[in-house]
Design a protein around this ligand. Structure first.
Ligand code: AP5
Length: 253
């Protein structure tokens, strides 16, 4: 079983101690992962974490963990409202997302680095992130923008299965677990997400086009966007990611 940062601090809130051993890694890498729902951001985040040790920080994971009450996360009325938006495929309001991020802002200083998956998702969130990082004197290394045609994305989402405990992601055909329905990493029973229904997928795609796609240009103007085709296997897409980062001189060995 491969060692993996436990992400407890991120899921529960900024005060929890996590198990990142920064000294094991060459340097902290800090990336934002962009792309439509189902393009494979979470899958690439797992591979990037294994290679660089950076913590995978996903706002979607926080909302799902709160929904399942599986992490001891507080679930007050604001979080209950956020989960309703998520189940309908709509974006959670910026103010709720930003309150969550501010609570966890200490994680940005982690010596292991971080991968932001699902945040920022609007220009307002990106501007707020810029301010938060600026205050902590932390800089992003790159924004990885994954691209894939819509019909292939829908096929990926409908076959997705997720581990409720360690959050690993599988696909019934493209990336099946070794034992049917069970997580390879921790043995938990895999589940299908409520927002992976066809009618909800359509709403999520629209929200992406209207609110999140403009971030590609936002970060391009800052010289941070790295575009990567996500049409190959996860491992090939990961190799493309490394090549793209290497060719712009981001990686140090
Ligand atoms: P979130 O959890 O962030 O979901 P998402 O962006 O919709 O992205 P997904 O997790 O669906 O897809 P992914 O790109 O990670 O793909 P994956 O690797 O799983 O957000 C959920 C909701 O929370 C939002 O809709 C919103 O309501 C709310 N929310 C969260 N953050 C918010 C924010 N900042 N502001 C407002 N609201 C927010 O891969 C998909 C499948 O494909 C898997 O089965 C995988 O095994 C398979 N696969 C992956 N790569 C490949 C490959 N190369 N070849 C074949 N299969 C592959």
């Amino acid at each position: 079983m491969k060692e993996k940062p436990d992400r407890a601090a991120w899921l529960k809130g900024g005060e929890t101690q996590c198990n990142v051993q920064a000294e094991r890694w060459a340097r902290p890498y800090r990336f934002v992962l962009l792309g439509a729902p189902g393009v494979g951001k979470g899958t690439q985040a797992e591979l990037l974490t294994e290679r660089f040790g950076s913590c995978h920080l996903s706002t979607g994971d926080i909302f799902r963990a709160a929904k399942m009450s599986s992490c001891g996360c507080p679930r007050g009325p604001v979080m209950a409202e956020a989960v309703k938006y998520m189940d309908a495929g709509q974006l959670v309001p910026d103010e709720t997302v930003l309150a969550l991020i501010v609570e966890r802002a200490k994680c940005f200083q982690c010596g292991g680095g971080f991968l932001l998956d699902g945040f920022p998702r609007t220009v307002a969130q990106a501007e707020a992130l810029e301010k938060l990082l600026g205050k902590q004197d932390v800089k992003l290394d790159a924004v990885l923008s994954y691209e894939l045609p819509l019909e292939r994305i829908v096929a990926r989402l409908s076959g997705r299965r997720t581990c409720p405990l360690c959050k690993r992601v599988y696909h019934v055909q493209a990336r099946p677990p070794k034992r049917r329905g069970l997580c390879d990493h921790c043995g938990a029973e895999l589940f299908q997400r409520d927002d992976d229904r066809p009618e909800t997928i359509r709403v999520r795609m629209e929200a992406y086009e209207v609110s999140t796609a403009p971030l590609i240009a936002f970060y391009r103007r800052k010289g941070l966007t790295v575009s990567i085709s996500a049409g190959e296997t996860p491992e090939e897409t990961f190799e493309r990611t490394l090549e793209a980062l290497n060719s712009r001189g981001t990686l140090v060995f």
